[in-house]
Design a protein around this ligand. Structure first.
Ligand SMILES: [Zn+2]
Length: 267
C-alpha cells in the first residue's frame, strides 16, 4: 500500500517534470497557465491530470480534440513513479526518501532537456549545486555512506562530496577542452552535480556505467545506420542513468567496495 503511494508521488512529480522540461528551456512559467493540450490549447480538467492513469483511460488522446498526447508524458510519469517506488523500498519514507527522490527527479528532467534539445540548463544545474553543497556533510546521516574505509563523520562526508564534485568537474573539463565537439559546458557542470550527489567511489561507478552505456548505444546507432560517426549523441542521459543506478543500488555497491578495500589493505 505504501509502495503504491510512493509510486503515485513519483508519477505526480514526473507529471510536473514533463511540464518543466517543456517550459523551462523557453523561459515560460511553471505555474501559469496550468496544463493544457498543446494542440487545441484547452486547459486540462483535474480528471485528465491523474498521472499515468489519465493517459491510459484517454488512450493517449486529448478528450477535446483527440490530438495525440506525446507518449513521453506517460513514460516519464511511469518511470519517475518506478524510481520513487524503488527509493521507498530501499530507504522507507523519511528524510532519505525526500533527498534521494529529489536527486532522481533532477536526473530525469535534465535527461529530458538534453535528449530533446541538447541542453543542460544552468537554471537547473546551479540551484542543484547550491543545495547539494548544503547537503554535503549529511549523506552518511541518511544511510547513504560516503565515508571511505568506514570513516563516516560529517567532515568526511563533506570532504568526500565536494572533492568528488570538483574531481568530476575537472575530469570533464579536460575532456571538453580536448574534444569540444563531443562534450559541452553543460556536461561539465552536470558532472559536478553528480559528484556532489553520489561522492566517491559512487561517482566512479556512475561514470563507468555511463561511458559503457553511451558507447554501446553509440556503436548500435552507427551500426544500424541511424547515426553516422560525425553525429553527436547527448551524454547527459547516460550520466543520469549511471548516477541513478548508484543512488538506488549505491549503498550495496559501496559496502562491497569498502569490504574489498579493507581486504586489500589488510593483506
Ligand atoms: Zn486538445
Amino acid at each position: 500500500m505504501l509502495g503504491i503511494i510512493a509510486f503515485f508521488i513519483g508519477a505526480s512529480v514526473g507529471s510536473f517534470l514533463n511540464v518543466a522540461a517543456d517550459r523551462v528551456p523557453d523561459g515560460r512559467s511553471l505555474i501559469r497557465p496550468k496544463s493544457y493540450c498543446e494542440s487545441c490549447e484547452r486547459s486540462l480538467a483535474y480528471i485528465d491530470m491523474v498521472p499515468v492513469l489519465s493517459y491510459l483511460w484517454l488512450r493517449g488522446k486529448c478528450r477535446n480534440c483527440k490530438a495525440k498526447i506525446p507518449l513521453r508524458v506517460a513514460v516519464v510519469e511511469a518511470a519517475t513513479g518506478a524510481l520513487f517506488l524503488s527509493v521507498y523500498l530501499l530507504y522507507g519514507f523519511g528524510l532519505d526518501f525526500v533527498v534521494v527522490s529529489a536527486c532522481l527527479a533532477l536526473l530525469v528532467v535534465v535527461s529530458m532537456t538534453d535528449l530533446e534539445r541538447g541542453l543542460i540548463l544552468d537554471v537547473m544545474v546551479f540551484p542543484a549545486i547550491v543545495l547539494l553543497l548544503f547537503m554535503a556533510p549529511f549523506w552518511t546521516e541518511i544511510g547513504f555512506p560516503r565515508g571511505f574505509l568506514g570513516d563516516e563523520t560529517l567532515i568526511a562526508s563533506f570532504a568526500n562530496s565536494t572533492l568528488s564534485g570538483l574531481g568530476a568537474f575537472l575530469a570533464f573539463l579536460i575532456v571538453a577542452m580536448i574534444n569540444p565537439a563531443g562534450m559541452g559546458g553543460g556536461d561539465v557542470k552536470f558532472a559536478a552535480v553528480l559528484g556532489l550527489m553520489v561522492g566517491f567511489p559512487g561517482i566512479l561507478i556512475s561514470l563507468w556505467i555511463s561511458v559503457i552505456g553511451g558507447g554501446l548505444i553509440a556503436i548500435t546507432l552507427i551500426l544500424t545506420g541511424k547515426k553516422n560517426r560525425k553525429d553527436t549523441i547527448p551524454f547527459g542521459p547516460f550520466m543520469a542513468i549511471g548516477t541513478a543506478a548508484v543512488l538506488i543500488a549505491g549503498p550495496d555497491i559501496i559496502h562491497w567496495y569498502q569490504d574489498l578495500a579493507t581486504a586489500v589493505s589488510g593483506t
